[in-house]
Design a protein around this ligand. Structure first.
Ligand SMILES: *Cc1c(COP(=O)(O)O)cnc(C)c1O
Length: 409
């Protein structure tokens, strides 16, 4: 076993709520940039308008406010928010028990900064050891529903592992493209799940290019972050869970390690949806986007007041999930940060690895380097008095540290 699965104590034979089979409010797809709409239940990637080609969002027609009480009897995984998920038939749900990860009160860590209301959303306990499981469970379920037989993905490691696992479970062929310098464990894991793995001399964006060139002739469905509309629907459930676990009052601050930005964008989408459902008020957290010094396109664009980011040359960081030189959803990430009155900031690789150690020693959580980055960032925010000691703060530990062992000293 490559990582522990401490959450597997329940039997997930029915990942969806049984009182209302197939119930969902999914209505259509809409372009996040130009507003063009598309029918649901056709295969789509990005917007087809010639000068657009930007991400699509799933939109829901909420017929009436929904009582939060419907949730009480439902299984503790991400499918409990069934009405607001885009799968039409329960029979198409491909689940390994992802989601409803613990929100852990980080009292010992918080004490270091005099903060008594610090928590860690611990995504390391998801199937395949990272929060990529949420997005890929949703994307592969939808791909299965739409009759897709081959899926392809560019990856820094975790997304490929998650896609390979869900494809194995769904009986879909998996094609994974990863940088040649990705730690061996990620590659072998994909291969064990039966995926075809191609190593690329370059970065994740180069992997994406190769996939683009070959996908039509090979008949692959492209599952790249935000180049298909459903991974973000899986990741948004993190936002639903944080609200539910905090008794429907959102925190003051959420600190998120940002690569492609799907989780940050997804949580913000979840907050809007929950307000429409009548589950929360219009109060929102400040969203803090953390990037590594060696690859910080969002931080640069944020500081320069730009709408889009620029491609980063020679991107490097041990936190491979953050090594995204140019994100297709950059303008969405920047929108969320600004709307929320948050900010974007960098930490160095040394700082984020120290963060991993401190989280481990204070909280007993073995975080991924990306998770370590959130604590490193919080210390700086505290120093600069950009957060107050009495605020409710959530750090997102997006994955498990085990897979990075060979990359860290
Ligand atoms: C992919 C990944 C990230 C970045 O997530 P995005 O939603 O793409 O910004 C952060 N941490 C880990 C462990 C990841 O695998």
């Amino acid at each position: 076993m490559l990582y522990p699965s401490p959450k597997r104590t329940e039997i997930y034979s029915l990942p969806y709520p049984i009182e209302s089979p197939d119930m969902n409010y999914f209505a259509r797809l809409v372009c996040t940039y130009c507003g063009a709409t598309y029918a649901k239940n056709e295969i789509h990637n990005v917007c087809r308008q010639q000068h657009c080609r930007l991400p699509l969002f799933a939109l829901y027609d909420i017929p009436h406010q929904l009582s939060r009480n419907v949730l009480t009897s439902r299984p503790k995984n991400m499918w409990r928010y069934r009405e607001m998920l885009p799968i039409e038939g329960d029979k198409n749900i491909v689940s390994l028990g992802e989601g409803f990860t613990p929100l852990i009160h980080a009292n010992r860590l918080g004490m270091k900064l005099g903060m008594s209301r610090l928590s860690i959303k611990d995504e390391s306990v998801n199937p395949t050891g990272s929060f990529k499981a949420r997005g890929l469970a949703m994307a592969i379920s939808k791909a299965k529903e739409l009759g897709v037989t081959k899926c392809a993905i560019p990856t820094a490691g975790n997304a490929g592992g998650a896609m390979s696992a869900y494809c194995a479970k769904a009986g879909i062929e998996a094609y994974v493209f990863m940088p040649a310098d990705t730690p061996e464990v990620f590659k072998r894991k994909c291969e064990y799940f039966g995926a075809h793995v191609t190593l690329v001399n370059g970065l994740i964006t180069d992997c994406g290019k190769i996939l683009q060139e070959r996908k039509n002739t090979e008949g692959w469905f492209d599952v790249s972050t935000l180049k298909e509309p459903y991974r973000v629907e899986g990741k948004k459930t993190m936002g639903y869970e944080i609200a539910e676990q905090m008794n429907w009052e959102l925190p003051d601050v959420i600190v998120y390690p940002t690569g492609g930005g799907t989780g940050l964008i997804g949580m913000w989408k979840a907050f809007e949806e929950m307000e429409q459902l009548g589950w929360i008020t219009s109060r929102r957290p400040r969203m803090i986007s953390v990037q590594a010094e060696g690859c910080a396109p969002i931080v640069k664009a944020f500081e320069q007041g730009k709408e889009f980011s620029e491609h980063v040359e020679h991107a490097h960081t041990v936190a491979s999930g953050l090594r995204v030189p140019k994100a297709i959803g950059d303008f969405l990430i920047l929108r969320v940060i600004r709307e929320s009155h948050g900010l974007a900031m960098t930490v160095t690789d040394d700082e984020l690895m120290d963060g991993v150690k401190e989280i481990a020693q204070s909280e007993g959580i073995f975080a991924a380097p990306e998770g370590g980055a959130t604590w490193a960032a919080l210390k700086k925010l505290h120093e600069r008095k950009l957060v107050m000691p009495d605020e409710r703060i959530v750090l997102c530990n997006t994955g498990s540290g085990y897979k990075y062992i060979e990359a860290i000293k």
